[in-house]
Structures are given as C-alpha cells and as structure tokens.
Design a protein around this ligand. Structure first.
Ligand SMILES: [Zn+2]
Length: 284
C-alpha cells in the first residue's frame, strides 16, 4: 500500500474498507512517528511494510483516541505508544472485553456498541474473541511535544463530543494538523448526536491552527478553506437546529444549507443533520 506524500515530512496511508482509517507518518531526521495504528493486524502490517521499505519505520505511535478502528493495530507496531490519559484507561477496559459474536451482539442490544462498529469488526476480523494491546509508554493530560530531529509533533488534547481522550497532532514545519475523528458526532450511544456548545468551541480551536491541511481519519486531507467553510456551515446548521427545535425535515428544507454543504460532504449531510437535530433537542 503506497504512502501519499502531503508535505515535506508528512505522508499517510489512505483510509479504506471496514472503516479502516488513514494512518499518518511524520518522518524526521532522527526518527519517525505514526498517527493511529489502523483497525487490525492486517492494516497495521500493510502500513508497516511500506514504511520499512522506504526507511521510515515509526519509532513512536500516537493514538488519537481509543475507538477500535484506531487502536486494534497498535500491538504490532513495536513503537513507543503515546496517548491521552483517558485513551489509556479506555484501552485497558477494551483489553478485558470479549469480542465474540455473542458478546458483540449483546453490547449492541445494550446500546454500548454501535451496529456500524460491530459489523465492521466482524468483517475485518472474521474470527476473534479478544485483541492484544501494547503497553502505553507516554501519556499526557493536555499536551506533549515530540521532536523527531528536523520536525516537531505537537500532540494536544481536544475536547470533542466524538470521544473522551481525543487528541490532534500538529506538524508546524508542514503546517498540517491530524484531527483523528474529532469532527464526528458522539457515536457511542444509540442516538448519535453533536453537542452544539462543544461544536462552537471545536470550530474556534481548529481554526486557530490556521493549518494548510487538516487530516480527518476517514476522508481525503481537507484544505484549510474547505474545512473553514464546513465549520462555518456546521455553526449555521447548529443555529438552524436550535431555531427549528431539532425538526430534521425542516432543517433539511433550508436551501442555504444544501448550498453550503455542496462539495463539503466529509460526513454525509443527512447524518450530520440527524446528529445536530438530536443535539438541539437535548439542549431544550
Ligand atoms: Zn472514532
């Protein structure tokens, strides 16, 4: 699997089937760092083989959050593992979980696992009961900087409704920011939702980086102008959701909304509006 070069130091292995996320790679003069490990031994090994062939085997692995698709490949990296403290806590819980069909189906029934995740876990891992996790080497609460020689990685906690313990990875020399899944809604409950106040804060925080590219885990890298337009669109859609009291059909009838999100579907518009409508009704 070829790596796509995005900056002088930053490349990535693209997202794919079964909810496989982008895996980022930052190559410094002294050592290299990977962003996320992929959703399986298979995805991790495909990435690591290419990285090794090009002399970029990662010395560090940063996990942007503990969702299965970002951490199930981590054990195979044999790198110093870095994550936010909540992510370490969550991974310890996940290491003790049963992932058999029966256990997954029960968690879906109880609302603690989504149908989407269960189906992708089953597809990516036809036989399974549990998954190995690596020892975490470095944790942080707010931020940590790692110097790779000629390039730096600023790893910072970000308050995202998607998952506790989320972080971003900023590479100043390339002016590129890895987002993990921080743009996404909370998908850990049966009714997926956005927190509208947290969305406003997230928008401000991401714009402050003024990065040339923003790398979400499940789509192509997003140029600054497109990300800013999407964030503005999300804030506008949030206002609509509040004003229209979470009436999804009424929100979707707004012509201006369709115009704003045209060509900006990093996350399907219907899914976004569903989650905003849910968030607005929870605010009331
Ligand atoms: Zn996630």
């Amino acid at each position: 699997m070829a790596l796509k070069q995005l900056g002088k130091f930053v490349s990535y292995s693209p997202f794919g089937i079964n909810d496989r996320p982008n895996i980022g790679l930052i190559k410094g003069g002294k050592c290299s760092l990977a962003v996320d490990s992929g959703n399986s031994e298979n995805q991790a090994r495909l990435f690591l083989t290419t990285a090794e062939e090009t002399g970029q085997k990662p010395d560090y692995l940063v996990l942007t959050h503990s969702h299965w698709d970002h951490v199930f490949g981590a054990y195979y990296f044999n790198a110093k593992t870095v994550c936010q403290t909540n992510t370490e806590i969550e991974m310890k819980k996940m290491a003790a979980l049963d992932y058999s069909d029966e256990a997954l189906n029960l968690r879906v029934k109880l609302g603690t696992e989504s149908v989407f995740s269960r189906n992708n876990i089953k597809n990516e891992h036809p036989t399974r009961s549990s998954f190995p996790f690596p020892q975490v080497d470095l944790t942080f609460t707010d931020s940590i900087a790692i110097h790779l020689g000629s390039v730096d990685c600023i790893i910072k906690y970000i308050e995202s409704i998607h998952h506790a313990g989320s972080c971003t990875v900023y590479v100043p020399q390339d002016n590129i920011l890895f987002l993990g899944d921080c743009l996404w809604m909370n998908m850990s409950v049966p009714n997926w939702y956005y927190s509208i106040p947290k969305l406003y804060t997230l928008s401000k925080e991401l714009k402050a980086y003024d990065a040339d590219y923003y790398i979400d885990s499940h789509c192509e890298p997003i140029p600054k102008e497109a990300l800013f337009a999407w964030l503005d669109g999300m804030c506008y859609a949030s206002e609509l959701a509040i004003r229209l009291k979470g009436d999804k059909a009424a929100i979707l009838r707004e012509v201006e909304l369709k115009r704003i999100f045209e060509n900006l579907e990093f996350i399907p518009l219907e899914m976004v509006i569903d989650a905003l409508a849910q968030g607005a009704s929870m605010e009331q």
